[in-house]
Write a protein that binds this ligand. Structure first.
Ligand code: MG
Length: 200
Protein backbone atom coordinates (compact mmCIF):
# COMPACT_ATOMS: atom_id res chain seq x y z
CA UNK A 1 0.00 0.00 0.00
CA UNK A 2 0.96 3.60 -0.43
CA UNK A 3 1.09 5.08 3.05
CA UNK A 4 1.38 8.82 3.65
CA UNK A 5 2.63 10.22 6.91
CA UNK A 6 2.49 13.70 8.30
CA UNK A 7 5.69 15.02 9.87
CA UNK A 8 5.22 17.62 12.64
CA UNK A 9 3.55 16.19 15.74
CA UNK A 10 3.05 12.87 13.97
CA UNK A 11 6.64 11.68 13.44
CA UNK A 12 8.47 14.48 15.22
CA UNK A 13 7.51 15.12 18.85
CA UNK A 14 8.26 18.56 20.24
CA UNK A 15 7.27 18.11 23.88
CA UNK A 16 10.76 18.13 25.33
CA UNK A 17 12.05 20.48 22.62
CA UNK A 18 9.52 23.10 23.70
CA UNK A 19 10.54 22.73 27.32
CA UNK A 20 14.25 22.98 26.62
CA UNK A 21 14.03 25.79 24.11
CA UNK A 22 11.67 27.85 26.27
CA UNK A 23 14.11 27.58 29.17
CA UNK A 24 16.89 28.79 26.89
CA UNK A 25 15.02 31.68 25.32
CA UNK A 26 12.87 33.08 28.11
CA UNK A 27 13.02 33.57 31.81
CA UNK A 28 9.78 31.88 32.71
CA UNK A 29 8.25 32.16 36.16
CA UNK A 30 7.99 28.80 37.90
CA UNK A 31 4.21 28.73 37.55
CA UNK A 32 4.24 28.75 33.74
CA UNK A 33 3.80 25.23 32.39
CA UNK A 34 6.64 24.37 30.01
CA UNK A 35 4.24 23.25 27.31
CA UNK A 36 3.28 24.78 23.98
CA UNK A 37 0.08 26.31 25.34
CA UNK A 38 1.69 27.29 28.61
CA UNK A 39 4.49 29.21 26.92
CA UNK A 40 2.19 30.70 24.28
CA UNK A 41 -0.39 31.93 26.78
CA UNK A 42 2.28 33.41 29.04
CA UNK A 43 3.88 35.37 26.19
CA UNK A 44 0.51 36.49 24.86
CA UNK A 45 -0.60 37.69 28.25
CA UNK A 46 2.46 39.90 28.25
CA UNK A 47 1.77 41.12 24.70
CA UNK A 48 4.89 39.30 23.49
CA UNK A 49 3.21 37.70 20.48
CA UNK A 50 6.21 38.46 18.24
CA UNK A 51 8.44 36.51 20.60
CA UNK A 52 6.03 33.60 20.44
CA UNK A 53 6.18 33.66 16.64
CA UNK A 54 9.98 33.84 16.76
CA UNK A 55 9.99 30.95 19.23
CA UNK A 56 8.20 28.76 16.72
CA UNK A 57 10.77 29.68 14.07
CA UNK A 58 13.51 28.55 16.42
CA UNK A 59 11.62 25.41 17.42
CA UNK A 60 11.04 24.19 13.86
CA UNK A 61 14.52 25.37 12.85
CA UNK A 62 17.61 24.86 15.03
CA UNK A 63 15.43 23.81 17.99
CA UNK A 64 14.74 20.58 16.09
CA UNK A 65 17.93 19.30 17.67
CA UNK A 66 15.79 18.69 20.73
CA UNK A 67 12.88 17.06 18.88
CA UNK A 68 12.42 13.32 19.20
CA UNK A 69 10.64 10.75 17.10
CA UNK A 70 7.46 9.49 18.77
CA UNK A 71 7.87 6.21 20.54
CA UNK A 72 7.57 3.36 18.05
CA UNK A 73 7.55 5.65 15.00
CA UNK A 74 10.87 4.58 13.54
CA UNK A 75 10.34 0.90 14.29
CA UNK A 76 6.88 1.01 12.74
CA UNK A 77 8.10 2.74 9.59
CA UNK A 78 10.85 0.15 9.24
CA UNK A 79 8.33 -2.64 9.77
CA UNK A 80 5.89 -1.27 7.19
CA UNK A 81 8.68 -0.71 4.72
CA UNK A 82 9.98 -4.27 5.24
CA UNK A 83 6.45 -5.55 4.53
CA UNK A 84 6.70 -3.89 1.12
CA UNK A 85 4.53 -0.83 1.74
CA UNK A 86 5.61 2.44 0.19
CA UNK A 87 6.02 5.27 2.65
CA UNK A 88 5.68 8.97 1.88
CA UNK A 89 6.18 11.87 4.24
CA UNK A 90 3.95 14.78 3.28
CA UNK A 91 4.08 17.86 5.47
CA UNK A 92 3.16 21.49 5.42
CA UNK A 93 5.23 23.98 7.34
CA UNK A 94 6.33 27.43 6.25
CA UNK A 95 9.74 27.58 4.62
CA UNK A 96 10.79 30.68 6.55
CA UNK A 97 9.65 31.76 10.02
CA UNK A 98 7.17 34.65 10.22
CA UNK A 99 9.44 36.41 12.72
CA UNK A 100 12.97 36.10 14.07
CA UNK A 101 16.01 34.63 12.32
CA UNK A 102 15.14 33.48 8.77
CA UNK A 103 16.03 29.80 9.17
CA UNK A 104 15.20 27.41 6.33
CA UNK A 105 12.60 25.31 8.13
CA UNK A 106 12.26 22.74 5.35
CA UNK A 107 16.02 22.14 5.40
CA UNK A 108 15.92 21.80 9.20
CA UNK A 109 13.22 19.12 8.96
CA UNK A 110 15.09 17.24 6.24
CA UNK A 111 18.30 17.33 8.29
CA UNK A 112 16.41 16.00 11.32
CA UNK A 113 14.86 13.21 9.25
CA UNK A 114 18.26 12.24 7.92
CA UNK A 115 19.80 12.12 11.36
CA UNK A 116 16.92 10.68 13.34
CA UNK A 117 15.03 8.45 10.92
CA UNK A 118 17.10 7.68 7.86
CA UNK A 119 20.10 6.80 10.02
CA UNK A 120 18.10 3.72 11.07
CA UNK A 121 18.16 2.42 7.53
CA UNK A 122 14.95 3.87 6.17
CA UNK A 123 15.73 5.43 2.79
CA UNK A 124 12.88 7.59 1.65
CA UNK A 125 14.78 10.61 0.37
CA UNK A 126 12.74 11.09 -2.77
CA UNK A 127 9.51 10.34 -0.95
CA UNK A 128 9.62 13.28 1.42
CA UNK A 129 7.59 16.35 0.53
CA UNK A 130 7.57 19.62 2.44
CA UNK A 131 4.94 22.04 1.20
CA UNK A 132 3.97 25.49 2.34
CA UNK A 133 0.21 25.23 2.65
CA UNK A 134 -2.37 22.69 3.69
CA UNK A 135 -3.99 22.83 0.25
CA UNK A 136 -0.69 21.94 -1.40
CA UNK A 137 -0.24 19.12 1.07
CA UNK A 138 -3.67 17.66 0.37
CA UNK A 139 -3.02 17.99 -3.36
CA UNK A 140 0.22 16.03 -2.94
CA UNK A 141 -1.55 13.29 -0.97
CA UNK A 142 -3.90 13.05 -3.94
CA UNK A 143 -1.14 13.01 -6.57
CA UNK A 144 0.79 10.34 -4.70
CA UNK A 145 -2.33 8.22 -4.50
CA UNK A 146 -1.89 7.52 -0.80
CA UNK A 147 -4.29 4.81 0.35
CA UNK A 148 -3.67 5.66 4.00
CA UNK A 149 -2.73 8.98 5.54
CA UNK A 150 -1.71 9.44 9.16
CA UNK A 151 -1.98 12.96 10.59
CA UNK A 152 -2.40 14.62 13.97
CA UNK A 153 -4.71 17.31 12.56
CA UNK A 154 -8.35 16.48 11.82
CA UNK A 155 -8.41 19.60 9.56
CA UNK A 156 -6.14 17.85 7.10
CA UNK A 157 -8.22 14.68 6.94
CA UNK A 158 -11.39 16.78 6.68
CA UNK A 159 -10.12 19.19 4.02
CA UNK A 160 -12.64 19.44 1.14
CA UNK A 161 -10.05 18.25 -1.38
CA UNK A 162 -8.86 15.33 0.74
CA UNK A 163 -9.00 12.38 -1.68
CA UNK A 164 -11.89 9.99 -1.22
CA UNK A 165 -9.65 6.99 -1.97
CA UNK A 166 -7.48 7.84 1.03
CA UNK A 167 -8.30 6.48 4.43
CA UNK A 168 -7.39 9.07 7.01
CA UNK A 169 -6.10 7.95 10.38
CA UNK A 170 -5.84 10.45 13.19
CA UNK A 171 -2.81 10.35 15.45
CA UNK A 172 -3.68 11.41 18.99
CA UNK A 173 -0.64 10.76 21.16
CA UNK A 174 -2.24 12.49 24.12
CA UNK A 175 -5.43 10.51 24.53
CA UNK A 176 -6.56 12.90 27.25
CA UNK A 177 -7.16 15.48 24.52
CA UNK A 178 -10.92 15.63 24.43
CA UNK A 179 -11.26 18.21 21.72
CA UNK A 180 -10.33 15.73 19.04
CA UNK A 181 -12.98 14.80 16.50
CA UNK A 182 -14.25 11.28 16.52
CA UNK A 183 -15.07 10.95 12.82
CA UNK A 184 -11.78 9.20 12.19
CA UNK A 185 -10.07 6.03 13.07
CA UNK A 186 -7.73 7.12 15.80
CA UNK A 187 -4.49 5.70 17.12
CA UNK A 188 -2.60 6.92 20.15
CA UNK A 189 0.57 5.02 19.42
CA UNK A 190 2.49 4.21 16.29
CA UNK A 191 2.67 0.52 17.05
CA UNK A 192 -1.11 0.28 16.47
CA UNK A 193 -0.69 1.26 12.84
CA UNK A 194 0.38 -2.04 11.19
CA UNK A 195 -2.68 -3.91 12.47
CA UNK A 196 -4.97 -1.23 11.04
CA UNK A 197 -3.24 -1.38 7.69
CA UNK A 198 -3.53 -5.12 7.61
CA UNK A 199 -7.31 -4.83 7.88
CA UNK A 200 -7.50 -2.26 5.09
MG1 MG B 1 1.19 17.56 12.04
Amino acid sequence: MRIGLDFDNTIACYDSAITKLAEEMFELPDLVPRTKLGVRDYLRMQAREVEWTAFQGELYGPGMRYAQAYEGAIETMLELSALGHELFIVSHRSKKPYAGTPHDLHAAARAWLKETVQSHGLFINDQVFFLETRDQKVQMIKELGCEIFLDDLPEVLEAPEFPSITRGILFVPDSSNEKVSTHHTTISQWTSLPALIKQA
